[in-house]
Design a binder for this molecule. Structure first.
Ligand SMILES: Nc1ncnc2c1ncn2[C@@H]1O[C@H](COP(=O)(O)OP(=O)(O)OP(=O)(O)O)[C@@H](O)[C@H]1O
Length: 261
C-alpha cells in the first residue's frame, strides 16, 4: 500500500499487526489489518456500513470482549506494548472512548459524570482534587462556563451537544493517551457538530484521536490521515489530503465519489 504518512515526522503511538477479528467462525469482521498511527494525529476511519469500523475501534480499548464468542488474532500495540495482553481496566484508562449517542450516566450529576472513570477504576480522590479535575476537564471541552453553576444537576439535563462534550470530558478526565470516537456527531445538530469538530481539532495537541465517521466532509475537515475499510479489510490508509485528491485504490475512489455508500 503506497502512502504518504511516512512524511509525517510524529512518533508512532499505536500499531495494528495482522489484526483479525471474527464474531462467527470462518468470517472475519476485521481482516488482517496492519497500520501505524502517529501521536497527536486525527485519523478518520471510513467505509460502508458493516465494513468493520466499529469492530476495529472497539478492539482498541478491549470493548470487543463484551461479545462472548468473538475471536481476535494479531496485535494492537500501544507504545510497543500489546494491549491484548494487558489488564483491560488499565487499557481503558489509557485509551478512552466516546460513543455515537451521548451517554452520560443518568443517575449521576455533571460533576459525578466527569469523575466516573476514577470510581470505576477504584481510584480515591480528595475533595479538592475532584473539584480541580472536574473544572479542568469541563474547561477542556468548553463546557465549564455553561455549567459551572449547575454541576450538581444531572448530566442528562444538558442539550445533546453539551452531553456529548460532557462524555468527552469524562473520557479525558483519566488522561488517556488515545481517544476513540465512534461517530461522535451523528446524533447532533449542525451547530453542536461544529463545536465538537473544533474541540477534536483542539484536543489533537494533547491526544491521539481515531474517529469513525460516515461523514466524508467531516473527515476532510478534521483528520490528518484517513483509513478506508471495505469488507473488513483496510483497503487504503493515507494522508487525508492524498486520499481525497488522489486515492490509490479504485474502491476508495468509488466510495469517496458516492458510487456506493
Ligand atoms: N455483535 C455482533 N455479532 C455478530 N456479528 C456482528 C456483531 N457486530 C458486528 N457484526 C458484524 O461484523 C461486521 C462489521 O460490523 P461493524 O459494526 O464493525 O461495521 P461498521 O463498519 O462499524 O458498520 P456501521 O457503519 O453500520 O456502524 C458486519 O458484518 C456485522 O454484521
Amino acid at each position: 500500500m503506497e502512502n504518504s504518512i511516512e512524511k509525517n515526522i510524529k512518533q508512532p503511538i499505536l500499531e495494528f499487526k495482522d489484526l483479525s477479528i471474527s464474531y462467527t467462525p470462518g468470517k472475519n469482521a476485521v481482516e488482517k489489518v496492519n497500520a501505524t498511527i502517529n501521536e497527536n494525529t486525527i485519523t478518520a476511519i471510513m467505509g460502508p456500513s458493516g465494513c468493520g469500523k466499529s469492530t476495529l475501534l472497539r478492539a482498541i480499548n478491549r470493548m470487543h470482549e463484551l461479545y462472548p464468542n468473538i475471536k481476535i488474532s494479531g496485535e494492537i500495540l500501544l507504545k510497543n506494548n500489546n494491549i491484548l495482553s494487558i489488564d483491560p481496566i488499565l487499557v481503558r484508562r489509557k485509551i478512552g472512548m466516546v460513543f455515537q449517542r451521548p451517554n452520560p450516566f443518568p443517575n449521576m450529576s455533571i460533576f459525578e459524570n466527569v469523575l466516573a472513570g476514577y470510581g470505576l477504576n477504584g481510584i480515591k480522590l480528595k475533595k479538592s482534587q475532584k473539584k480541580e479535575i472536574v473544572e479542568e476537564n469541563l474547561r477542556n471541552v468548553g463546557l465549564w462556563e455553561e455549567v459551572k453553576d449547575s454541576v450538581n444537576k444531572k448530566g442528562t439535563f444538558l442539550s445533546g451537544g453539551q452531553q456529548q462534550r460532557l462524555c468527552i470530558a469524562r473520557a479525558l478526565a483519566l488522561k488517556p493517551e488515545v481517544l476513540l470516537m465512534d461517530e461522535p456527531t451523528s446524533a447532533l445538530d449542525p451547530i453542536s457538530t461544529n463545536r465538537i469538530e473544533e474541540l477534536i481539532l483542539d484536543l489533537k495537541k494533547d491526544y491521539t484521536i481515531l474517529v469513525v465517521t460516515h461523514n466524508m466532509s467531516q473527515a476532510a475537515r478534521i483528520s490528518d490521515n484517513s483509513m478506508f475499510m471495505y469488507l473488513g479489510e483496510l483497503v487504503e490508509y493515507d494522508s487525508t489530503r492524498q486520499m481525497f485528491t488522489k486515492p490509490s485504490n479504485k474502491r476508495t475512489e468509488d466510495y469517496l465519489t458516492g458510487v456506493f455508500s
